[in-house]
Design a protein around this ligand. Structure first.
Ligand code: CAA
Length: 386
């Protein structure tokens, strides 16, 4: 749904207030305890954040992509752990259902996902299938009116809290690669599912990722999302959208880091004047701003094109590549502008430096984005569309 400008601005203002008043003051606490407090999660539910991308008829806010990205830019201005609480419900955990689910599947699962009653996770990655997602080995073998799932998934965000998983599994073990894969919606309470302990990570404390093991898990045949053998395409379509969303979260972090670095540079004095008056510091501030503005422009252009029904595979990968790499450079400069203080935990900059490192890895590494862009370029060239 295209959003009325006033309603959109009111929502963005509300999210900005929530981030400023509720999230930023407890960033250090969340990093230390590795947990986002329940009252903050409850407020996220009240704001409708879990259902941003779920259509209104299933209880969500049904935002268009442009508005979703504007909200994600705001959520990005605090520790990524806060966004991550609702992140899989907004994106990869719900969108297979939104894009390809049957009416029954949508009615059964989406209202709970939108309300934040259930956490939903996306189970694609495996110990031996990361960037090469199409080589996944988890099997789903038909047995009467069920499929029986066996296999292991790795680094599954929010798995420890998930009630429902979108699982990509091989329904045709004799067909290697993408074509033998199907997607399923799997209830956590199905016997045979074990979720591992949250991994210890470089950053993003408060956001969790775990192994998920499937041992003879009987999933009703009606839980298949889309057609048999089309699960890889389902996953890739979900990731096209997710890559725009992650770019927005990452760019929100860039904007926050610019604010921190400029404020600090205007206060901190060396050589008899604020360091912001030194041109080498100005260069770091200016490069960060220029790159972040470029990233924001790419995100909003990609989002508007997706809203208009264009295929955004290449644009989403281009945006994720540029935006997340740019955030890495901005975070590095922020540490540099803060100098020694940038390395000291109390200032919070070193924490952001570690937190944003993940943006260049998940939902496709920068190198995978490069591959996608190059392939799309060649496809377009063959079709004489360049
Ligand atoms: N939309 C729809 N269909 C698509 C598509 C897209 N964006 N991309 C590919 N496909 C289709 C192709 O058209 C092809 O179908 P046909 O054979 O009918 O033409 C099929 O899918 C296979 O595509 P490829 O031949 O391109 O597959 P590939 O194996 O060569 O490579 C890849 C694909 C781009 C490398 C892909 O594996 C990829 O994106 N890898 C990265 C995986 C990834 O992002 N993982 C992140 C996991 S989620 C996460 O990080 C979040 C978390 O919880 C931590």
């Amino acid at each position: 749904m295209a959003f009325d400008a006033e309603i959109r601005q009111a929502l963005i203002d509300q999210v900005r207030r929530f981030v400023n008043e509720k999230c930023i003051p407890i960033e250090g606490q969340v990093a230390e305890t590795d947990e986002v407090p329940q009252d903050v999660v409850d407020e996220m539910k009240q704001l409708g954040l879990f259902g941003l991308a779920v259509p209104e008829e299933y209880g969500g806010l049904g935002l268009d992509m442009e508005t979703e990205c504007l909200v994600a830019l705001e959520l990005g201005r605090t520790s990524p752990a806060f966004r991550s609480v609702a992140g899989t419900n907004i994106g990869i955990g719900s969108q297979a259902l939104v894009l390809f689910g049957t009416e029954e599947q949508k009615q059964k699962w989406l209202p709970g996902i939108a309300a934040g009653e259930y956490i939903s996770s996306f189970a694609l990655t495996e110990p031996e299938a990361g960037s090469d997602a199409a080589s996944l080995r988890t099997k789903a073998i038909r047995d009467g009116d069920h499929y029986v799932l066996n296999g292991a998934k790795r680094y599954i965000t929010n798995a420890n809290k998930a009630q429902v998983f979108t699982v990509m599994a091989r329904t045709d073990p004799d067909t290697p690669g993408a074509k033998g894969v199907s997607a399923f919606i799997v209830d956590r309470d199905t016997p045979g599912i074990t979720v591992g302990k949250p991994e210890k990570k470089m950053g993003q404390q408060g956001a969790h990722a775990c192994d998920v093991i499937f041992e003879d898990v009987k999933v009703p045949a009606e839980n298949m999302i889309g057609k048999e053998g089309e699960g890889f395409k389902v996953a890739m379509s979900v990731l096209d959208k997710g890559r725009l969303h992650i770019s927005a979260v990452s760019t929100g972090a860039s904007e926050r880091l610019i604010k921190e670095m400029v404020n600090y540079a205007m206060e901190r004095e060396q050589f008899g004047k604020p360091i912001a008056q030194h041109q080498l510091i100005q260069a770091m501030m200016a490069d960060s701003q220029a790159e972040t503005y470029a990233a924001r422009s790419m995100i909003l252009d990609g989002a508007r094109r997706r809203d208009a029904g264009e295929n955004v595979t290449m644009l989403a990968s281009s945006t994720k590549l540029f935006a997340c790499e740019a955030t890495g450079r901005v975070a590095d400069r922020a540490v540099q502008v803060f100098g020694g203080a940038g390395y000291i935990t109390d200032y919070g900059i070193e924490r952001f430096y570690r937190d944003v490192r993940l943006f260049r890895l998940y939902e496709g590494t920068s190198q995978i984005q490069q591959i996608v862009i190059a392939r799309e370029l060649m496809k377009a060239a063959k079709a004489d569309q360049l």
